[in-house]
Design a protein around this ligand. Structure first.
Ligand SMILES: CC(C)(COP(=O)(O)OP(=O)(O)OC[C@H]1O[C@@H](n2cnc3c(N)ncnc32)[C@H](O)[C@@H]1OP(=O)(O)O)[C@@H](O)C(=O)NCCC(=O)NCCS
Length: 214
């Protein structure tokens, strides 16, 4: 089965609507998917991305630190990311997580989106986390990558629901989740230790429309 929607991604003035060239091919036994464009590729991350992910987190350290757990010095080393990608390979093989990157034409990771803590059985659910490089913010790239990952989670992984939670003062992230169809489901006190402090989070989720009649 081959599904294609056509458009072209281009760097345009901020807030210019993007159209993306989607190409998703499903061959028997092969569920890898990718989006190629003149400028960006969306794909699953793998071991060869260790140095790219290191550069992403080093270059965006200040931009990301208010929104992420405190990081050790080891986090900013190639050794850490090589270990991490080996662990993530096992997670992906065992269906416990899937990690995606957006790579630009200079072979740099400019955004990440992760499906983690996937639980099967009666839950059939997972969590979505994401971040875009400071220089690439506000261009619709994060939304486009998240849209594909949500589609993958529902159509390929057949999850029933996806959860994604954000800090109450992270308006941008809240707006992004709303624009992706995530609905607020709750408010959790001291939910995660972010930026060195236990912080409340707004809990949101999106349910797989294809499973409504089950
Ligand atoms: C949150 C974050 C991913 C948003 O990325 P972004 O590049 O602004 O997102 P996009 O350009 O794809 O915009 C997607 C949506 O975000 C919202 N958004 C974008 N720019 C915004 C701004 N300046 N103010 C408020 N909302 C904004 C809009 O809802 C937009 O959707 P729309 O264009 O359909 O209205 C980005 O700011 C980031 O990486 N922050 C640091 C890490 C982080 O917060 N991660 C999430 C932790 S919960």
């Amino acid at each position: 089965m081959r599904v294609t929607c056509i458009g072209i991604i281009r760097f345009a003035p901020i807030n210019d609507p993007f159209q993306i060239y989607f190409e998703k091919s499903v061959l028997p036994g092969n569920t890898d998917f990718f989006i190629r464009s003149q400028k960006l590729e969306f794909r699953k991350a793998d071991y060869t991305d260790s140095h790219r992910l290191l550069n992403f987190y080093v270059e965006n350290r200040n931009h990301l630190s208010p929104w992420e757990p405190e990081r050790s010095d080891h986090f900013y080393t190639l050794g850490y990311w090589q270990e991490q990608m080996q662990n993530r390979r096992a997670e992906m093989q065992e269906g416990r997580g899937v990690y995606f990157v957006a790579v630009d034409d200079s072979d740099k990771v400019v955004a990440v989106c992760n499906l983690t803590n996937i639980v099967r059985g009666v839950f059939q659910a997972g969590y979505m986390g994401y971040a875009v490089a400071e220089a690439y913010q506000g261009k619709g790239i994060m939304k486009a990558l998240c849209e594909c990952v949500v589609k993958y989670a529902f159509e390929e992984l057949k999850l029933n629901r996806l959860m994604s939670n954000y800090l109450p003062h992270n308006e941008r992230s809240g707006n992004l989740l709303k624009s992706l169809g995530f609905e607020q489901e709750g408010y959790a006190k001291r939910y995660l230790k972010i930026h060195g402090r236990w912080q409340d989070h707004i809990l949101t989720a999106r349910v797989n429309p294809a499973r409504f009649n089950e």
